[in-house]
Design a protein around this ligand. Structure first.
Ligand code: HEC
Ligand code: HEC
Length: 328
């Protein structure tokens, strides 16, 4: 009997020890990564203009990385552009606390001391300066599609933001998210190019990846967007804007995209073009929205048209979505 308990005891101890080794291995483990490139990005006027367009009107980096007012369309608070803003926490249904970082060139709290290569790597490959994983609410899984030229333009533009000193709330992820996030970053290999802008469908597809349309408008399971239900909507988003569910953007005859002409599609965005934090009205009850209408309204006709052409080619999904469940 004695030996029996001894054997069991040793077995239990071994299991506990292995589990402890496993947990500390996970805790110390760095995500997959390559060294940041040493290149310096030349800030040409063309590059800065392209970067401004992508940051403000396509990829909407400042949408997450700034504070907002609660007016219709959730406009960015003037003077806070890029200083950090949205915080995901229990109130938003997030298991822990995650804050969008300060992207301004402030040396202490922003990207002032980051090299160009480190910013490029964070944006597309999902690790910070120290090689630690970024949580994938930062949409690097989609931003890895950004072409080298577009990614460099974004870095050149971020350097021109007004430096703002702002220390974001500390990141804290509950178990097991803190372990899971380490397995998501993937280094890029080789060059990344964008499709020819004259190939409307291919370029529209590109824009829907870097513009967050695919990410927000596709339902998610715990591995990310469910490709088989791409663009069918139904992801619920609760936050300071209220409660929204993302729309079905597939070209099913019962959806807006299924019915709209290209001009009507572009018109939906243009309706928000003159909204600013200073003049945007209050939203109708229950109808404020996290959809970045104001930012995306600055996209060119060419680019919105390409998105329309591409969306018309995705698999139609029959799914009714109540996008404003709290509307009165
Ligand atoms: C949907 C919201 C969202 C969008 C859109 C977004 N980000 Fe982020 N970003 C985040 C969050 C949240 C973090 C913090 C992640 C973490 O701490 O793990 C972050 C972190 C970063 C970091 C790391 C900074 C640091 O101090 O660690 C960089 C650089 C960055 N984002 C750049 C960008 C750029 C450039 C764009 C646009 C191309 C962009 N982000 C778009 C949410 C977003
Ligand atoms: C942060 C998440 C988010 C992103 C990014 C986003 N959307 Fe949306 N979108 C929503 C939500 C939520 C709604 C429903 C509420 C509303 O209509 O404002 C919506 C609604 C829409 C509608 C209205 C559809 C209808 O049936 O009324 C269109 C069109 C649309 N989005 C297109 C796009 C395109 C194109 C992009 C990318 C360039 C995009 N969205 C990016 C969240 C998002």
């Amino acid at each position: 009997m004695k030996t029996f308990f001894k054997v069991i005891g040793i077995a239990v101890l071994t299991i506990v020890a292995l589990a402890a080794i496993g947990v500390s291995w996970l805790a110390l483990r760095k995500p997959a990564q390559r060294p940041a490139s040493a290149e310096r990005i030349e800030a040409t006027p063309e590059r800065i203009a392209r970067g401004s367009y992508l940051v403000n009107h396509v990829a909407d980096c400042l949408g997450c990385h700034s504070e907002h007012t609660l007016a219709y369309g959730f406009p960015i608070k003037p003077g806070r552009e890029g200083a950090g803003g949205i915080v995901w926490d229990e109130k938003m249904g997030f298991p822990g606390r995650l804050a969008a970082a300060n992207l301004t060139p402030d040396p202490e709290t922003g990207l002032g001391k980051w090299s160009d290569g480190e910013i490029l790597r964070a944006m597309r490959e999902g690790v910070d300066r120290n090689g630690d994983a970024l949580f994938p609410i930062m949409p690097y899984v989609q931003l890895r599609n950004l072409s080298d030229d577009d990614a460099k333009a974004i870095v050149a533009y971020l350097r021109t933001l007004r430096p703002i000193r702002y220390e974001k709330p500390k990141k804290q992820l509950n178990v097991p998210l803190n372990f899971i996030e380490k397995f998501i970053p993937q280094p890029l290999e080789g060059r990344v190019t964008a499709p020819d802008p004259n190939d409307s469908v291919a370029y529209g597809r590109y824009l829907t990846r870097i513009g967050g349309c695919y990410e927000c408008h596709t339902p998610h399971d715990n591995k990310g967007p469910i490709e088989a239900q791409a663009f069918s909507g139904g992801w619920e988003m609760i936050g300071p804007w209220g409660r929204n569910v993302t729309a079905n953007l597939t070209p099913h005859p019962d959806t807006f995209v299924g019915r709209a002409t290209k001009a009507e599609f572009i018109g939906r965005f243009r309706a928000f073009a003159n909204f600013t934090a200073a003049n945007a009205p209050a939203a109708p009850k229950g109808r404020n929205t996290v959809m970045p209408w104001i930012e995306l309204s600055g996209m060119t006709d060419h680019d919105l048209g390409a998105i329309y052409d591409y969306l018309k080619t995705v698999t139609p999904v029959a799914k009714k979505v109540d996008t404003f469940p709290n509307a009165q």
